[in-house]
Each structure stands twice: as C-alpha cells, then as structure tokens.
Design a protein around this ligand. Structure first.
Ligand SMILES: [Ca+2]
Length: 484
C-alpha cells in the first residue's frame, strides 16, 4: 500500500511538473539588512524620511505586526528562504540550509522550477557584512563573494562588493573607542563613514543598478528578482549628502532612559551590544542614530532606483513587490543596540506587500517572515506544498482586518531565547526550560516593554499558559518532513 501511495504521489508530482505553468506574476523581492521598522516614515518615524519605501506602503499592504523567525541574519534568512523554522533545520548560525533540506525547493527555486527567471543580486542568504562584501578586487563572481549562498536557488546570481568601512571620507569608530584613538575598523563594529564618493561606489548602489538592468532585460518573461541590500547594517557608510538631514547630531533625540531599567531584566535578556559594553557616551549614541538614519535614507534612494526601473519596464501591473528586512534593530532603547534581542524593535520587521489590483491597506494581524514562501506561491498560482511551515497569508491582502495567527514565534539562538508575541503580550524565555529567565510584557499598556511582569503573582497563570504554548510550538516546529 505504501509503495502504491508513493507511486501515486510520484505521478502527481510529475503531472504537476509537466503541467507547470509560469507564475502569474513577477516577484520583486527587496530586502534590507538590520532594518528596524521604527526607522521608516511609513511606520511613523518623524525624522528619517523614506519616500521610496513609503511608495510601496502607499500602494500595498503594510503589516504592523510582522516578526522575523530569528533575530539575526543567518538563521532568519535560511528560514524564510527555505520555508522551515530554525529549529526545524537546525540552521542556527551562518550557513546555507541546503544540507538540511536536501533537494526540496527554496522559495526562489520553486519559482525557477515553474519557469521563472530567478536571480539574486547582493545579499539574500547570509553574507558577512562588512567582511563578506568588502571589495578585495578580482571578479565579483568569485566564490569568496557568495557568502552562505545556495546556488540551486538561482538562474543567475550577482555579487556587489563595495569599499564599506574603507570608503574614503570622514570616518569614526564609535564602539569600544572612549578615548577616540582607534582608527576606522572593519567587522561587526559601530563605525560611521560620511563617504566622499557617490551612490554607485557602494554595495547597495551597485545592487540597485544591477537589479534595474535585470528587470529591463527580463520584461518579456516571468521573473523572481531578489535585490538584497546590506544597509543599514554596520558600518554606517553612505555618501555625504545623506547625513545632512541629521546634523548636527546633537539634535537627535535618544530613547527615554529609565533609572533601574535593567533591574528586572534577566542576564540573558541584556542585549549583546549595549551603551555600556560598547562604551558609547551620549554624543556617540546620537551619532550612531544619525549614521543609521543616513544609511536608511541611502538605502531608500536605491529602492527608488529599482522601483523606477520596474515602472519603466511596463511591468508594474504584472509584478508583486515585497519589501522587508531579515530582522529589526535597537537604536538605544533600554541602552540596547543592534539585533539579537527579542523585544519588538529587534524581532519586529517592516513588511510591505504590493499586489497589482489589490487595495492599499494596513494590516494588524500577527504574521511571520516564514509566511512569505507559501503566500507568494499562492499569489502566483504555484502548487502549494504541505511541507512548508509558514501560512499562506494572502487572504489578508483582500481582508486586512482579519487575523490569522494567535502568536508570532521568533528565536535568538545565540541567547537560547524564544519569543511568543500575541497582540496583548510579549513572552520571552531563555533556555528551553526557561531556566535562564522569563520576561512578560503587557504590550498594550507598556508598548516600550519596561515592566517585566514575569514574577508578578497576578500574572502567574499567564506565564504558565505561555510556557505550555512555547513547548507546544517548539514541538510543532520540530515535527516536519526533514528527518533531522
Ligand atoms: Ca541582518
């Protein structure tokens, strides 16, 4: 019987492949690196203006409660591109998911298998920034520039190395440099460079132009083009004019600092980068925000280049546009900086989906990046795959007031941290048995997540219920067809 089922399943597979129709739409997949939604004007930022990203928001659906499935590059990208949670594949670091998924198709590969031209420009899977994208000369197609890429996902792929922290200009190392004697350095370090050269000198300018060129070249057939930008990941490098709006840096406002803020945070919940361990005084903190915003406005300009190319190609009404980031970022909230943290600034992501013919809307449903694979497949009429762990959230595009998930689930493997985020609460535990601490925030009353209610007896039942739900969620995630 089993054999018969296998044969029938095999035949069904063959039929669907032989009857493969090209996808109904093109997909233009735009992804930033380390971009918190709080930095975008379409999400309410009053200082950092992002008119091009806002264009997508104005014509598409803007998700206010979208969460990544892991709060740093490697596992987040491996997850939403493969369609499996980090604890399903075990990809918790900076590697490709290919060894774990075998010959199963990734998101772009599914489109490729159904007749689309699938291209990567820049960073889609993990690439070290700046280390992996620094231009050391030679041909950009050399293997050393591919990072933790997955060749099977693409018809073609293009790397766009740039000068990064070595860009000529005015640079300053803000992190670990209290006496100001350290020169500008590489690595995952807070460095600001007000660069002399223009847009095209840097990675994202090259990524935008290459993506624009590919759109023009492939306007007569279906495509899935991913443009992966590296800003606003550190180093905060952008051409000089992008910094002007944020100067003098002294005028930038820091998030509120509460005395004793860390007293109710478990040790594992203190982020890996803080104002304290980075030795950044308030001048440096303000400049870090200015450098980040300059990087975001530079990124926004490059997004505009790609959108203009799409418009010019005449494909706007045949193309789905997605804009997102691999995870969010702290800009000094609780004196935390960067990613990894499971609080909203770091686990929340911008998510904009524009589908031709659908009305612009704002959607407050909880959604996850892992939902993108089944959703884009459904929108383009490609076969659904039961094995995928995300949900098809395309019904939300027609009925944005609906809600499809009770909770979003995200992880910070570096901290053994796990998040369940409902509309009412953020529940975070450290360790699979929560032995390293728990945080519970009433996000309706305390959106900035200042009061940890985990040890409040009045919330004991809520904590117990979340503990159970977390165990269930992890068990569901590990129940899959990968056999890991
Ligand atoms: Ca990242």
């Amino acid at each position: 019987m089993k054999a018969l089922i296998a044969i029938l399943a095999g035949l069904a597979g063959l039929t669907s492949l032989s009857a493969a129709e090209p996808p109904r739409y093109n997909v233009l997949f735009l992804i930033a690196d380390d971009l918190t939604r709080t930095a975008l004007s379409c999400y309410g930022n009053q200082v950092c203006e992002t008119p091009n990203i806002d264009r997508i928001a104005a014509e598409g659906v803007r998700f206010t409660r979208a969460y990544c499935n892991a709060t740093y590059c490697g596992p987040s990208r491996a997850s939403f591109l493969s369609g499996y949670y980090p604890h399903a594949t075990g990809v918790l670091g900076y590697t490709s998911p290919r060894p774990q998924i075998g010959d199963r198709a990734t998101l772009p590969q599914h489109f490729k298998n159904h007749g689309a031209y699938a291209a990567r420009v820049g960073k889609l899977y993990h690439m070290g920034v700046p280390g992996g994208v620094e231009d050391h000369g030679g041909d950009p197609s050399e293997e050393r520039y591919n990072g933790a890429d997955d060749a099977l996902s693409w018809t073609e792929r293009f790397n766009t190395p740039g000068p990064e922290w070595r860009a000529p200009g005015d640079g300053e190392t803000l992190e670990g440099n209290p006496d100001g004697k350290k020169p500008v350095v590489g690595g995952n370090t807070f460095v600001v460079v007000e660069a002399d050269d223009g847009d095209l000198a840097h990675c994202d300018g090259k990524t935008a132009r290459k993506a624009a060129e590919l759109i023009a070249m492939h306007s007569d057939g279906r495509f899935w083009i991913g443009a992966g930008f590296v800003r606003p990941h550190v180093p905060f490098v952008a051409p000089r004019p992008y910094f002007e709006a944020f100067k003098p840096y002294e005028k930038l406002v820091l998030p509120p600092k509460l005395p004793g803020d860390w007293d109710d945070i478990p040790k594992a919940g203190i982020n890996y980068k803080t104002s304290v361990n980075m030795q950044m005084d308030e001048r440096r903190q303000r400049k870090a925000i200015g450098g980040y915003y300059a990087s975001v406005t530079y990124l926004d300009k490059q997004v505009g280049v790609v959108l203009d190319a799409l418009e010019k190609s005449g494909q706007m009404e045949e193309t789905i546009i997605v804009f997102t980031s691999d995870h969010g970022y702290h800009l000094g909230e609780h004196d935390f900086w960067a990613k990894v943290s499971l609080r909203d600034e770091s686990s929340g992501v911008p998510l904009l989906i524009r589908v031709p013919g659908k009305k612009p809307a704002v959607c407050d449903s909880l959604v996850e990046l892992i939902d993108l694979y089944p959703t884009l497949s459904a929108l383009c009429g490609l076969p659904a795959q039961d094995r995928l762990q995300g949900m098809d959230i395309s019904p939300l595009l027609d009925e944005p007031s609906r809600s499809v998930r009770e909770a979003a689930f995200s992880v910070a493997p570096m901290r053994e941290g796990f998040l369940l985020r409902t509309k009412e609460y953020a529940f975070i535990q450290y360790g699979e048995d929560a032995a390293k601490g728990i945080e519970l925030f009433d996000v309706a009353k305390d959106p900035d997540q200042f009061r940890n209610l985990a040890s409040d007896p009045a919330h004991a039942a809520t904590v117990a219920s979340f503990r159970e739900k977390m165990d269930e969620r992890l068990s569901q995630v590990r129940h899959n067809d990968l056999g890991n």
